[in-house]
Ligand binder design. Structure first.
Ligand code: ADP
Ligand code: NA
Length: 330
């Protein structure tokens, strides 16, 4: 096929995806699956860069795959698979590790953030080279576009640099990809601290909306979201980060333009506004969870889906890997 290729992945670490994962990334996966040859994976290799319990990892990988299906990925219209089922990722990653400068890898800000949390001495070398595995993830499919949130921009830049470096050293081999970032939802913020991104590792339970949380709990979290001392429901990320975050969430889920929401809530209280944001989310997560359970409760079918996805992925990945290995002299 000559259609553009798209690749992205999501970690199974926490089990449930949060609203930032969904709006920043997964929604775009769904939107892009028809016009592109799309490859989407649950990145279990990335998950073990921090300590994981094996049984939990295995369970969360299935929970993640079932959520991707519930979100609307159709295994007939994309390749949906688990990263460790496709050995070419790790095989190409070694080559990419050897092309990356130590200083260059040291500049990745996500490593700095994540290793600071663990104490930099106990952080694994895998956590350090994680962005380079991500480079291989993308290049092995010759992806043109990588749908991600803003926090991943630097890793896609590294991917572009390494693709170009490989191509100039060994001859044209890899497609140089671009990040596909939807501005309105590129960064969803923590409900309790709307100056930092919503994140599975950093957000407090009250600051993060998990798609698999009981809907009543999600409503509660929205109603206790931090706003400001003003009264106006207006989009202003600098002065009103909490309100702006809720506007972005409402607008993305309901499809109502932000300007229309501002108009609807002119002269009304934050409480009214939050109540509606909560309703919009409850109306979204309730059927999402029903679909999730249907996929999750049929493990044999889920296994078949993921095996089919891995086979589709390997058809492409094995060709790229063979070419790349040949070019470096293997
Ligand atoms: P997390 O950052 O919560 O550990 P992942 O690293 O698995 O989650 O990220 C999966 C996808 O979700 C990535 O494309 C990432 O950019 C996106 N993402 C994560 N958090 C947010 C957020 N708060 N807003 C928008 N996108 C996000
Ligand atoms: Na597709």
């Amino acid at each position: 096929s000559t259609r553009p290729r798209v690749l992205s992945g999501i970690q199974p670490t926490a089990g449930s995806f949060h609203l930032g994962n969904y709006l920043g990334a997964v929604r775009q996966y769904v939107a892009l699956q028809d016009a592109n040859d799309a490859f989407y994976m649950v990145v279990d290799l990335h998950a073990i860069t921090v300590p994981q319990d094996p049984a939990e990892l295995r369970a969360n990988t299935r929970v993640s795959a079932a959520q991707l299906l519930a979100a609307g990925l159709d295994p007939d219209r994309c390749a949906l698979f688990v990263q460790s089922h496709v050995p070419e990722h790790a095989q190409l990653a070694w080559v990419m590790n050897c092309l990356t400068g130590f200083g260059e890898a040291s500049r990745m800000t996500q490593f700095k953030d994540k290793s600071a949390k663990q104490g930099s001495d106990s952080a694994s070398v895998g956590l350090f080279t994680y962005p380079i595995l991500q480079v291989a993830d993308i290049l092995v499919y010759q992806a043109n576009a990588v749908p991600v949130g803003e926090d991943q921009r630097q890793h896609v830049e590294l991917t572009r640099d390494l693709a170009q470096r490989f191509n100039s050293r060994f001859g044209d081999t890899f497609t140089v990809p671009e990040a596909y970032i939807v501005k309105e939802t590129a960064k969803i913020y923590d409900l309790q601290d709307p100056t930092v991104k919503m994140s599975k590792s950093a957000s407090s339970p009250k600051g993060i909306v998990n798609l698999l949380d009981p809907p009543s709990q999600t409503a509660k979290k929205i109603k206790s979201a931090v706003t400001d001392t003003g009264t106006e429901v207006r989009f202003d990320e600098k002065e009103k980060p909490g309100v702006s975050n809720l506007l972005a969430i409402h607008s993305a889920i309901s499809g109502t333009p932000v300007a229309e929401l501002e108009e609807r809530f002119a002269g009304r209280m934050y409480g009214d506004f939050k109540k509606e944001v909560a309703e919009v989310l409850v109306d979204f997560v309730t059927p999402f969870q029903q679909r999730f359970h249907e996929f999750h409760d049929d493990p044999a079918e889920l296994d078949r889906t993921l095996a089919k996805g891995a086979a589709k992925a390997r058809e492409v990945a094995s060709v790229t890997l063979a070419t790349a290995y040949d070019k470096v002299g293997f």
